[in-house]
Write a protein that binds this ligand. Structure first.
Ligand code: FE2
Length: 193
């Protein structure tokens, strides 16, 4: 039996062309509040988690796209699950890789380190590890300048990190992001449009 712990549900991200209406609806229904908002994205929460809901405004990200209500574009972008540790995440990465299952996007969000996978139907999942130990630190980060400068994140190569670990580095040394650029494009369904 695997010693890695099962990831727990953390947040859902939606792609929408009704950005303001969606924000208002989810704030009303969940008593949610906005943690961070920029012209393209908004991050909401209703408890101590840094975000429970996020929204991508397709009118900004895909302004010229045809077929604007096409299923698979408007709707759920991804569902995120939190891993207990970076070691657990990388153990799962290695196990899944041995079964031919690879992430399509590995990204250091600053707030979390995340690997995104697509299931056989193309539904997108994020496995994440929090970079900060406390909710207070996470919430300070999402409201702070580093997140405003790069709310998407910086891509990383898990094989490069594993090679550094084999050479003596500690996985936990990657938790604090020291390089904040380049800003990655959002990969997955959006990059296939
Ligand atoms: Fe996410």
């Amino acid at each position: 039996m695997s010693r890695t712990r099962t990831p727990i549900l953390a947040h859902v991200v939606y792609r929408t062309r009704r950005f303001e209406q969606m924000l208002a609806w989810y704030q009303q229904v969940f008593h949610a509040r906005v943690r961070h908002q920029n012209p393209a994205m908004a991050f909401l929460t209703y408890d101590d988690e840094h975000h429970r809901l996020a929204f991508i405004d397709l009118a900004v990200v895909q302004p010229g796209a045809q077929d604007s209500e096409k299923h698979g574009l408007v709707g759920v972008e991804h569902i995120a699950y939190t891993c207990a540790s970076l070691e657990d995440m990388f153990d799962s990465y290695t196990r899944l890789k041995s079964h031919g299952i690879l992430p399509y996007w590995c990204i250091h969000h600053g707030l979390t380190i995340s690997m995104y996978y697509a299931d056989p139907d193309g539904n997108q999942l994020e496995f994440q590890v929090d970079c900060f130990e406390s909710a207070a630190e996470s919430n300070a980060y999402i409201c702070g300048p580093s997140f405003s400068v790069n709310p998407v994140g910086v891509e990383f190569d898990p094989e490069d990190w594993l090679a550094q670990v084999r050479a003596g580095a500690s996985l936990s040394g990657f938790l604090v992001r020291r390089v904040h650029e380049p800003v990655s494009p959002i990969r997955g369904a959006l990059s296939a449009v």
